[in-house]
Design a binder for this molecule. Sequence first.
Ligand code: 5GP
Length: 160
Amino acid sequence: MAAALALAALRVTRRVTGAAARLQVREASGVSGGEEVLKAQQAAPGGAAPTIFSRIIDKSIPADILYEDQQCLVFRDVAPQAPVHLLVIPKKPIPRISQAEEQDKQLLGHLLLVAAQTAKAEGLGDGYRLVINDGKLGAQTVYHLHLHILGGRQLQWPPG
Ligand code: 5GP
């Protein structure tokens, strides 16, 4: 009886440590993720289909816009991941950075310069991060190219 109980306890312990080890491996390989990753896995790359960002560009839905010119728009992210979290988007609906073309060279440079100028204007002189998520494994949820500007706190590295 005692031997049977000890064997059962050993099996439970093995199951628990096995699960913990699998979790550690998943975390180390970056497989585990939050809500944004789940959203990204479910988001369908919609080609040139209009997204929520097209509606921000045409002002049919509101956004906290900080900067606008003929080529791009900068607004605050609705779900900020840092004290300052802005999005820089081109007005041209390029779905993702991997679909940008040679002819977009000037526009892409412009987006980077606008990002740097806006970060400075927002007081991020001590540093910040620019992020472009691409596709499912890059955790992209909105298929209209955008640069994230993240700052206002110490950012960690490597990213998840
Ligand atoms: P992605 O995951 O595609 O790189 O980033 C998309 C970002 O857009 C997310 O950080 C998300 O919070 C933001 N976002 C999604 N919908 C809206 C919206 O309607 N308004 C604003 N301001 N941000 C949005």
